[in-house]
Design a protein around this ligand. Sequence first.
Ligand code: DOR
Ligand code: ZN
Length: 348
Amino acid sequence: MTASLTILRPDDWHLHLRDGAMLQAVAPESARHFGRAIIMPNLVPPVVTGAEAAAYHRRINAALPQDSAFTPLMTLYLTEETDPEDLAAAYHDGIITAVKLYPAGATTNSASGVRNFDKVRPVFERMADIGCPLCVHGEVTDPEIDIFDREAVFIDRILDPIRRATPGLRVVMEHITTKQGADYAQSGGPDLGATITVQHLMLDRNDMLAGGMRPHYYCLPILKRREHREALRAAATSGHSQIFLGTDSAPHPTHAKESECCSAGCFTAPVALSCLAHVFEEENALDQLETFASRNGPAFYRLPENTQTVTLTKGAPVTLPETVRMGQVSVTVFDPGHPLHWSVTAQS
Ligand code: DOR
Ligand code: ZN
């Protein structure tokens, strides 16, 4: 039995840090163990220009602990008004690493997203020219489509046509949740990547809905059937070079989760590595954890791997924080519903 595992410091290729008091509360949680993270731009109002991304980058750095080496990698929020020249300049200057596509209405703070994909064709063309990755929230917003089918329908109706029409466009399917997503990502060639979250590896919709409704497991795309979770686990542990970690850690105040209309998002950052080691051990694939969490992401984003390491050790059940304080309110930390035995015990 492996009781200790040292891997290159992981990165988080999909993270929500928010702003203001929430940013102050949650930034240290990701900075503790992760080297870098792709920072989602769905603030209110969203981060739509290079100048706004640069300003948000400064606010994140100011919220990090003094000795932190954590690097936030910024994104722009794509709107139908996005200026390809501003985008290209921000990418060229290293202000942004990627651009995020939210179909309007698909999820939290997506109202400024894209309704008519033809309107952003020139932006896609420019991104293909300069090699800037497009991070995609892959769900259709058609109210006629069942929420559990929205990812699979998005691939057929929107994503595949965009990719065919824009050769060379580098796309990351964010937080895939289905077998269809995993299959498409693994057969898409070097210009297609996909991230998988902690909660979609650990849970299926029964965990959220059977025997009582658990709001802290509600996120978008929504948890799917068991067979989809199995497909995601197979993809994550396969070592396939296009599949990597993006936690989608998405903090909301506890009162916004435990409410009549629960906000979507699981706050996994503080427990992400303990959860991942648990999953990879269950799959007899601890030897693939580093590939998924620390190697495939930088390879896709054409960045160097981290040189520092983290050591995970297995022992007695770990006591994990239940909440993180944000001033007067709390943010509930993801709890998979069973003990976790792995924790980070050393870092270099
Ligand atoms: O569950 C989610 N929460 N999914 C998203 O796409 C957005 C995120 C958030 O910002 O809270
Ligand atoms: Zn997200």
